[in-house]
Design a protein around this ligand. Structure first.
Ligand code: F0G
Length: 403
């Protein structure tokens, strides 16, 4: 394995554990080049299945179980909280609301810190420790911060999180504090917080935002686990919310590898859903543009995806195009309505996750998705991640009922 520049015109390669944040030749994003030689897909499927009854912490983790496709570390180095292993849950009211017959949610909010970030953080933190890092940091809309804080505590290193002041759910901030992270508040948006952090290169800080290719490797295993759960048969559609576009970038890479090495013969069409007030990727898609124009003042109630300048858009776009998918956006009202329906199915999620269901309903209404389509929607965060949003929504409902 090695690191490779994602820009195909560049293709610069680096040693796997090179600490570079970006390609030294062109500044592009890096990715881990798995470059496996002899892969016996049938044998690996069997091995991964057998590992479910093992007591090795790496086998129990729904990330490290698939370690043949991850960088190799000594068992003692792996920083894990038993992440992954999230179920597929069928939603009946939600399916009816969206207008499809076959809808399942893969609830990544049922991870150790209540969000999908743990899937990438276990690999990112393991790599950080492997390279001797003592301080790890990220900019975050809240969830990455909570996850980084937990895994840094497990690893015994200092965790530092850069948050947009006053724009992070208190539940997420509370997690970061509970896990002992140092919190730095930055005036402005997530994009400002990330820029502030990126200026700190050379100060001995290991960066754990999703531009870190090791985070992407961990998040990629979500699709290994999903396909494993579906007996390696892809649904027609996979719907995922998009903010900084790290998760959809990771899924793109997973499909590429799963197809290339013969684990699946077809990938689902990947649909990325953004919030209308923070929709640079949806705009790019609508306009058929080749370059992303950032949204300078992103605004949405789904604070997790309040991001105007997503860094991983090129990686995400590769997957959307390769799978015949698409990108769209939904309004805050649509997100709130979808979230309430997910709650009524006894599942629950945070607002950003509900963008998936809202997006699916919109695609059904336009006829782009047919009623008989099979759909897996990714729920990214737990219902308790943003309790203020829920309480406020119900207070508004009460006030409305009495007016
Ligand atoms: N859903 C939730 C709950 C999130 O926290 C995020 C991103 C996304 C969706 C979007 O994922 O960025 O990979 O496209 N949260 C980041 C954070 C930015 O800092 O916690 P993405």
């Amino acid at each position: 394995m090695q690191l490779r520049c994602f820009d195909e015109h560049c293709g610069t390669t680096l040693a796997l554990h090179d600490p570079a944040l970006a390609c030294p030749a062109c500044g592009g994003l890096l990715e881990v080049d798995v470059a496996a030689t002899s892969v016996d897909a049938q044998a690996l499927k069997k091995l991964w299945s057998e590992r479910r009854s093992s007591r090795d912490p790496r086998d129990i983790s729904g990330v490290w179980r698939y370690r043949e496709f991850l960088p190799d570390y000594a068992a003692s180095e792996v920083v894990t909280l038993g992440e992954g292993n999230t179920p597929l849950v069928r939603g009946h009211k939600t399916a009816a609301w969206a207008g499809v017959r076959d809808l399942q949610f893969k609830h990544l909010g049922w991870n150790p810190t209540g969000c999908f970030k743990d899937l990438g953080m276990t690999v990112g933190m393991t790599e950080a420790v492997h390279t001797g890092a003592k301080v790890v940091a990220c900019a975050s809309t809240g969830n990455t911060a909570a996850s980084l804080a937990a895994y840094a505590a497990r690893a015994g290193v200092t965790g530092r999180v850069y948050l947009p002041a006053g724009q992070v759910s208190l539940n997420k901030l509370a997690q970061a504090l509970d896990f002992g992270a140092e919190v730095v508040e930055v005036e402005g948006s997530f994009d400002d917080a990330l820029n502030t952090l990126l200026e700190k290169t050379g100060e001995g800080i290991y960066f754990l935002n999703s531009i870190n290719p090791f985070r992407i490797e961990g998040q990629k295993t979500t699709m290994f686990e999903l396909m494993d759960q579906l007996d390696w048969k892809a649904p027609d559609y996979l719907v995922v919310p998009g903010g900084n576009l790290g998760n959809s970038a990771a899924f793109s890479k997973a499909f590429d590898e799963l197809l290339r090495y013969g684990f699946i013969d077809r990938a689902p069409r990947m649909i990325v859903v953004q919030a209308a007030g923070a929709n640079p990727f949806a705009q790019l898609w609508r306009d058929g543009a080749e370059e992303l124009t950032p949204v300078s003042e992103p605004e949405t109630v789904a604070t997790a995806i309040r991001i105007g300048n997503p860094r991983s858009w090129k990686k995400s776009l590769r997957g959307v195009r390769a799978t015949g998918g698409q990108v769209l956006d939904v309004t805050d009202d649509e997100i709130a309505e979808a979230k309430a329906v997910i709650g009524r199915d006894g599942i629950g999620c945070e607002p950003a996750s509900a963008a998936t269901l809202a997006g699916l309903r919109k695609l059904r209404a336009s006829g782009a998705v047919i009623e008989d389509a099979s759909v897996v929607a990714i729920l990214t965060g737990h219902v308790l991640k943003d309790t203020n949003f829920i309480i406020k929504a119900h207070q508004r409902e009460e006030a409305h009922a009495h007016s």
